[in-house]
Design a protein around this ligand. Structure first.
Ligand SMILES: [Fe+2]
Length: 470
């Protein structure tokens, strides 16, 4: 393939020294906070995997690839020398906690993933009831049952399959002879699912499990589109992904803002770390290198909507409770304390219309073999809160939607494969079901004068509107 990108400018820069992200007043201020962040609005077109740079860091062998020497200095910046003893003591406490928790998860199995009925969210004014909210925060994942009617979900599946049957040139992953993931982003059924009022309502309920300060420029009730693909995994099909994380790898330590998310851990106070605190996630850069395994949008929660009957025996996403430019893999020999053999469990049963969510820092994997008798079929739809890091993404996603081309976070188009752009029957703006759907796709302005919103919400809505040209 000829689609080679240049190395991201950040890769060659020394560590930035700016300590804080200043409040924004305009899209220009978002662009120009610091030199090293000047590219925050410009998403990098993904490179295709090559022989030298695969999507995931190599899991072969017992030793990770050596990192460049500059990372030795980075380690010194992460922990202050005064905190060394506290960090060691914190680590010792964490190991005990992990051991205890791993036994609990192993004994619970799929029941370690909590569930809630969508009707309970509706009855609680669009929020999770308090007790279940805390359970979900602890587990880091949940299934929301009955988000859309079964018949609707099955209809979307039939529509998706009918489309790729009509368009045999659409790329199949891993191969045309063993299709599991279909590379379409803009099918009518995908547009409808993303803009369905109940789907959005479930997302907003999940998004609001996070907390943010009054001034933090993040909007937990509005989102920025992240167009992903869909999957039909047939019985017996082998899996492709071991345990991993998607929201960046070395970026967690290399990007100053991302590093602050985990500040309490580096002070030796892991118990005070709050995985649901949005304050430093909103502008953390999760993709410094444009590598094929990194995600250049901040998905606070990943998720899929079930479009077939999926049971616990044949689920394909599992849960437990770095190389630059590549996805973060997790493996026993490198991370023995995660007790992956105990803490990775299958998901519970999910029916068409059920919606599974998992926290962005939750390790997940695809089972080696799909042992069930039904297709394991899902549409991937994450939660992508409107924040500084996602504004540029939204602008690019809207452009890709209107043109019918792959969004910037996905591998670029190939000369040998079909493009939705050339398919008259792809999804169009008129297929969007709701005003909220139009807004999250960048086709309507965000409401800046809404009563009761925070200063940060108002600011980021203004910035997004400006970036979108409203
Ligand atoms: Fe993943």
């Amino acid at each position: 393939m000829s689609h080679i990108i240049s190395v991201h400018p950040l890769a060659s820069l020394p560590m930035a020294t700016a300590a804080v992200i200043n409040p924004r007043t305009s899209i220009d201020s978002l662009r120009s906070t610091t030199t090293s962040r000047s590219n925050i609005l410009h998403r990098l077109q993904k490179a295709l995997p090559t022989a030298d740079k695969d999507v995931w860091a190599s899991t072969h062998g017992s030793k990770p690839n050596p990192l460049p020497a500059r990372f030795a200095d980075l380690k010194k910046q992460l922990i202050k020398s005064n905190d060394y003893d506290a960090v060691q003591a914190s680590w010792d406490r964490l190991l005990l906690a992990l051991e205890k928790r791993s036994v609990e998860i192993a004994s619970a199995g799929p029941a370690a993933v909590p569930y809630v009925n969508f009707t309970d969210i509706q009855a609680s004014n669009g929020q999770f009831p308090t007790e279940i909210a805390e359970t979900i925060r602890t587990a880091g994942c949940c299934v929301v049952r009955g988000v859309v009617p079964r018949a609707q979900a099955l209809e979307w599946k039939a529509s998706l399959i009918s489309y790729v049957d009509r368009h045999q040139d659409i790329r199949r992953i891993p191969s045309a002879s063993d299709p599991q993931i279909y590379v379409t982003f803009w099918q009518k059924a995908q547009i409808e699912a993303r803009s369905h009022p109940a789907v959005i309502r479930a997302q907003v309920a999940m998004s609001q499990l996070y907390k943010a300060n009054e001034d933090t420029e993040v909007d937990l009730v509005n989102q920025a589109l992240y167009a992903d693909r869909w999957r039909v995994r047939r019985p017996g099909a082998p899996g492709a992904f071991g345990p991993h994380l998607d929201n960046g790898s070395i970026e967690r330590w290399e990007d100053e803002e991302y590093r602050k998310v985990f500040g309490k851990i580096w002070e030796g106070k892991w118990e005070e770390y709050d995985a649901w605190d949005m304050d430093h996630r909103a502008e953390a850069i999760m993709d410094l290198y444009g590598g094929p395994g990194a995600c250049s949008a901040f998905r606070s929660l990943q998720g899929w909507l079930s479009i077939d009957d999926n049971g616990p025996q044949y689920f394909s996403t599992s849960f437990f409770g770095a190389d630059p430019g590549q996805g973060q893999v997790v493996k026993d020999i490198w991370h023995p304390h995660l007790c992956l053999n105990k803490t990775v469990v299958s998901c519970p049963k999910a029916s068409p219309g059920d919606y599974l969510f998992w926290h962005c820092d939750l390790v997940h994997s695809v089972e080696k073999e799909h042992k069930g008798s039904n297709d394991s079929s899902v549409i991937y739809i994450p939660v992508v809160p409107l924040c500084g890091y996602n504004v540029g993404n939204l602008v690019e996603q809207r452009k890709a939607f209107l043109e019918g081309v792959p969004p910037p976070d996905m591998p670029p188009e190939s000369e040998t494969e079909g493009l939705e752009r050339d398919h008259e029957d792809r999804g169009k703006p008129e297929d969007i079901l709701t005003m909220e759907g139009r807004r999250l796709m960048g086709l309507e302005p965000f409401e800046v004068n809404e009563v009761g919103i925070t200063k940060g919400q108002k600011a980021i809505r203004q910035i997004a509107n400006e970036a979108l040209g409203f």
